[in-house]
Design a protein around this ligand. Structure first.
Ligand code: HEM
Length: 387
């Protein structure tokens, strides 16, 4: 599909520029915020936020990058106040038109997202952190490190979705895509090694609570907004998903970048890559493969991609189970509004799809991602529902 014009806020050059900006002169206040959070000093957080809110005239003079940086810093205070209980916007009502305008100027939701909290957040001394614990820094870094790869990966998925499965380029593109998705596994390994489920559950989770802006309930800037689900949408989920996952995806898309929302809309209307491959094999896969030998390389490459996604999801589910254990958790569901049970369903669906393709690829990786031995849906339960 073709790319529409618009400001590509996700590009690495723009992201670097945004990290360098401090349009609200908030560096010091953002640093003080860590102590105010430790002391649950809501009046101080509210006073700081009040002092930062720019006028609409100021906002009119901002570049798009400055709008993003301003949203980032206001967002840190919104999430902080909400952590301690109060709904933040009614305490600083003059912020509403500013949030709406910043959202409009950047073509994003009128609050901060995971992009603001990670990719658009400066590293080092100016890093915005709710509490300042090293474990929070690891979580921020785990997301920051995947975004450039998912961005590239999503563009590759766009090309892949327009490439015939019989074309030798299909396998090459899929291998490239897999290389980018592998960073998700490195990311979750880093979290497993450095972030304890107790820290996440008891110290960090509550900063990602939803807030209400102008009557709209908006989710917090958590990793559930990392668009692995959008790669799924191109690869298998556009026509082989289940209602729970479809709803989660629909609810998540508004928090992503404009370009990704455009890809979602496009992929939702076309057959998934997996379905195209299954169709190409037809009733007699062996005969088809003799006739079209390139299909073997295509299905092997796709099986490898799905296996990597399953490995990420298996490990991620392990952490989520621990952090949302009934004895530990403060919230029954994730900040993205979904339960650990939905995560299990998504993992099962991915695993079933991986197994389906692994069979076409001659059985390689047929037991994809069984390292954690979670239950799984019937292999064909992810059966295709639309043409
Ligand atoms: C302590 C660490 C983590 C915990 C406890 C955790 C927990 C959760 C939970 C409960 C969900 C369900 C959606 C929701 O939030 O409502 C979720 C979704 C998700 N999380 Fe995490 N997460 C963690 C770290 C990460 C990291 C580091 C990444 C990636 C860089 C990540 C990526 C995702 C993605 C992509 C989803 C959407 C579902 C999917 O595509 O499988 N998470 N997470």
């Amino acid at each position: 599909m073709t790319r529409t014009l618009g400001i590509d806020l996700g590009s690495s050059i723009r992201s670097a520029a945004i990290r360098g900006l401090d349009p609200l002169a908030a560096d010091t206040l953002c640093f003080d915020m860590r102590r105010q959070n430790a002391e649950a000093d809501v009046p101080a957080l509210v006073a700081a936020l009040r002092s930062l809110v720019p006028s609409l005239d100021d906002v009119a003079g901002y570049s798009p990058e400055a709008c993003v940086a301003a949203m980032r810093d206001l967002g840190m205070f919104l999430g902080s106040i909400k952590k301690h209980g109060p709904e933040p916007v009614p305490l600083v009502p003059e912020i509403t038109p500013v949030l709406l305008e910043l959202g409009r100027r950047t073509d994003m939701v009128p609050r901060d997202t995971v992009h603001h909290y990670t990719t658009w957040n400066p590293a080092g001394g100016r890093q915005r952190m709710y509490g300042g614990d090293i474990q929070e820094a690891y979580l921020q870094e785990s997301v920051r490190m995947v975004f450039p790869h998912l961005r590239e990966g999503l563009e590759l998925a766009g090309v892949l979705s327009d490439t015939p499965v019989e074309d030798p380029k299909f396998a090459v593109l899929t291998e490239d895509l897999t290389g980018h998705v592998e960073t998700m596994v490195a990311s979750i390994d880093m979290v497993m090694a450095n972030v304890s489920p107790v820290f996440f559950a008891r110290a960090l989770r509550s900063y990602f609570e939803e807030i209400t802006v102008d009557g709209q309930v908006l989710l917090g800037p958590a990793a559930a907004q990392v668009p692995l689900w959008l790669i799924d949408q191109a690869v298998w989920a556009s026509d082989r998903s289940e209602p729970g996952y479809e709803e989660f995806l629909r609810d998540s898309v508004p928090y992503s970048l404009p370009r990704w929302r455009e890809l979602y809309a496009y992929w939702t209307g076309v057959p998934s890559v997996v379905s195209r491959l299954v169709d190409a094999y037809g009733e007699d896969p062996d005969a088809t493969e003799r006739r079209v030998p390139a299909l073997r390389a295509s299905s092997e490459a796709l099986a490898r991609l799905l296996r990597v996604i399953v490995v990420f999801r298996g490990r991620h589910l392990g952490i989520a189970r621990k952090a949302y254990d009934a004895d530990l958790r403060l919230y029954p569901v994730g900040s993205g509004g979904a339960s650990v049970d939905l995560l299990r369903q998504i993992t099962d669906l991915t695993r079933a799809t991986a197994r389906l393709i692994a069979r076409r690829a001659g059985g390689m990786g047929a037991e994809a991602g069984h390292e954690h031995g979670h239950g799984h849906a019937g292999a064909e339960s992810a059966g295709r529902r639309t043409a």
